[in-house]
Structure formats: C-alpha cells, structure tokens
Design a binder for this molecule. Structure first.
Ligand SMILES: Nc1ncnc2c1ncn2[C@@H]1O[C@H](COP(=O)(O)OP(=O)(O)OP(=O)(O)O)[C@@H](O)[C@H]1O
Ligand SMILES: [Mg+2]
Length: 388
C-alpha cells in the first residue's frame, strides 16, 4: 500500500477562487454582456429569493417584458405569470436531485423548454443562489412532429400509390367499354343516359387516381428566384378557373419592395391555388379573401438565433364559416375532407410543398369569423444557406 496521502480533488469551492483570477483581466461588463446575449435562457436568483440575473432570451421565451427594475425584485413577483417556471426555481433549495435536461411545456405560451437547474455556491461551498438554464425546444418539437408526419405519409402514400395503380387500368377499361356500348345502343335513350353517367363517374374517379399519384410522387424542386407577387396573381387566376368565386372579393397586399425568394414557382403557385380554392369554396360566392405578404428578419416565432435566416410570411384570410376546432388538426391529413366531391388532398399537397421548401404552415381562426392560413417560407433555399 502506498503511504502517499490520497490527493484531494479540487472541490467546486476551491476551484472558484482560481477562476476569479480573471478579475481585472476581463472587464466586468463582459460577464454581463455574455449572459445577456447567450443563446439560451438564464434566470439566476439569490438565496433570499431575488432575481440576480435574467437575460434577453429568458424574457422572450417566457413571454415577459424586460425591465431593468426586475433585478433585485423577488422572483415570485417577476415570474408570477409563468407559474411552471416559478415552481421549478422555488424548489431549487429543497429538492435532492436538481433537474438536468428536463422538459416542460409552458402553459402560458405553449412553448416547450429543455432546462437544467443548478445551485450557485460561494467559495465556502454554501448555497447562495440558483440558476435556471433553458432552451426553447418548440422548433425541435415541430421538426420531430414533421418527421413523424412524413413517416406516416410515406407509409400511407405507398399504399395509396399501389391502390391507385391497380385501379387505373380497370377504370380506363370501364370508360372505354361504356363508350363502345354507348355507340352500339343509339336508339335507347335510357341506356344512353346511364352510360353517360358511367363515363362521367369513371372520369371523376380517374381524376382522383391522378391526384393521388401526383401526391405520393416525391417532389423535386426546380429552384429559382421567384416573385411571390407573380405567384399569387397566377394562383388567383388558377383558383378562379377551378371554383366560381362569385361576388367574393380578393385583395392582395404584397409590398413592392418584397425581394424574390428561392423556390419552385410551379409548386409555390400550387400552394396558393389550393388555399384560394378552399377559401372560395368556403365563402360560397360572398365575403372576401385577403392575401398579404411580409418580409421577416428571422423566423417570426423562434427568432433569428435559430439560424433560420430571413423569411417571408404570406397569409390567406377568408371570411368563410371557419374550421371547427375538432377538425382543425386533421385538415392537413391526406383524404380528410368535409366536401361531398372533395378528395381531401388539397391541403396535404400544400403541406408537402411547404415542407419541401423548408417552410411552415399554420392555420388559425380569423378574428371576426373565417380562417387564416399562414405560410412561412425561407427567402433562401436551404442549399443556398449552406453555400453562403
Ligand atoms: N378556408 C377554409 N375554410 C373552411 N374550411 C376549410 C378551409 N380550408 C380547408 N377547409 C377544411 O379542410 C378540409 C380539407 O381541405 P383540403 O383542401 O385538403 O380538401 P378538400 O378541399 O376537401 O378537397 P380537395 O382540395 O382535394 O378538392 C376541407 O374539406 C374543409 O373542411
Ligand atoms: Mg381543397
């Protein structure tokens, strides 16, 4: 056995003073600026329950307004509007296991945060405060949700493609044979009527089969600089030729200064064509639909710190009857429809194209009745982002 005394590991308490040697070398402001501009949220409280530090991201993610006077105030007051967070911090000095990389959905904003709670120790090892360190995981959650949806669609798509393929030939056969029979029975008006119906129905079924096949085929984007203003103008004309708009008004508000975005013009037209067709169908010849486009510096919701780059947000708001809340989360699923003649693929295709452009689509109720679809598209295609 060695007689050497076991070397003591430096404790947090004895390591801290060494770090303090940085005092004087690094200006005090540096620490303040560093914490304020961290890309994660930080809330530090003292042992007697006061806010010692709270940075910009923390305010933003928690949905609170930054106020200089918050420093030194009881955290129970400052955080009273985010009771979930308040509870976690309040438990810091009581719990035996501090949460590490735990997750929480904030009831107030619906955002999901991943957080770690640590105690602040003084050089003698006493607990003098606690720090909550957290990150907004909402975007990550959305991406995971998208991934799950993609998997579901892939499985569903394969099945649909197989069925569509099987049905295509018999359908064509029905149409051709009904045509032959129609020519062979010119004198029977009844037979002529029935056969005309058969041909019409077969043609309709064929359109659905073509739509399904178009939907399940993978999208290959032909990316170029696209003027959204042109895309929207074309989409309005396309939607009008498909669905009678009647007396419904269409207003477009796209700033002239809006720069082109990188995307596939044909696919982008399809997005707005489908949204507008739905709007016209919902409004049934009255009311109005307003289309607006706006350039946004970063991703409107998650902020520029997520590296999303500039985006354009296009909203399509109609004054129709709105979408009942209980069907809201199904409208993007393929084949979900409430219309007797609908195939339920319109919005599924929209979502697929938006995804292919690395964008996002949300739907909400319009204040005063109706529906608002909001499409967020990156100005630059993902490939371009990486190239620059
Ligand atoms: N602007 C809207 N107002 C009210 N309900 C809407 C609106 N847009 C979509 N919906 C609802 O969402 C459902 C799905 O829309 P989607 O465009 O995917 O299919 P569809 O319009 O029924 O059929 P398809 O577009 O394939 O002809 C619609 O049946 C309708 O119930
Ligand atoms: Mg539709």
């Amino acid at each position: 056995m060695s007689s050497e005394k076991p070397r003591r590991r430096p404790s947090a308490a004895s390591a801290a003073p060494k770090l303090r040697n940085a005092d004087g070398v690094v200006p005090d402001d540096f620490y303040r600026d560093m914490v304020w501009t961290l890309r994660n949220g930080v809330v530090g409280v003292t042992r007697d329950g006061r806010i010692a530090v709270m940075n910009e991201i923390a305010y933003r993610v928690l949905g609170l307004k930054p106020r200089a006077s918050d420093i030194g105030r009881p955290f129970a007051e400052v955080l009273k509007d985010v009771p979930d967070v308040l509870r976690i911090i309040a438990g810091a000095f009581e719990v035996s296991h501090l949460p590490n990389r735990a997750e929480l959905r904030l009831k107030t904003t619906g955002k999901v945060i991943g957080y770690t709670l640590s105690l602040v120790k003084d050089p003698r090892g006493r607990d003098v405060g606690a720090t909550l360190f957290f990150k907004d995981l909402t975007r990550v959650e959305q991406l995971e949700e998208r991934e799950r949806l993609r998997d579901r669609l892939a499985a569903l798509g394969e099945m649909a493609a197989a069925i569509a393929h099987e049905v295509k030939n018999p359908l064509a056969g029905i149409e051709v044979m009904a045509g032959i029979l129609k020519r062979q029975l010119p004198e029977s008006q009844d037979a002529q009527n029935i056969l005309a119906d058969i041909i019409k129905e077969a043609k309709m079924a064929n359109v659905i089969v073509q739509e399904v096949l178009a939907f399940v085929r993978p999208i290959r984007l032909e990316v170029e600089d696209v003027s959204l203003s042109d895309v929207i103008t074309d989409a309005i004309a396309m939607a009008e030729s498909h669905e009678r708009r009647g007396a419904a008004q269409v207003t477009v508000d796209v700033p002239e200064s809006l720069r082109p975005i990188q995307g596939d013009p044909h696919q982008l037209r399809q997005i707005f064509r489908n949204l507008l067709t739905n709007a016209f169908e919902a409004m049934n010849g009255t009311g109005g639909v307003a289309i607006t486009a706006l350039a946004v510096d970063g991703d409107e919701e998650t902020g520029p710190e997520h590296g999303t780059g500039p985006t354009v947000v296009v909203t399509v708001a109609d004054t129709g009857p709105g979408i009942p809340l209980d069907v809201m989360d199904r409208i993007f699923s393929p084949f979900f429809t409430t219309k007797p003649q609908g195939s339920g693929l319109g919005l599924a295709i929209v979502r697929k194209i938006v995804d292919a452009h690395d964008g996002r689509i949300d739907v909400s109720e319009r204040a005063g009745g109706g529906t608002v679809f909001r499409v967020t598209l990156p100005v630059r295609s993902p490939q371009q982002l990486f190239a620059s």
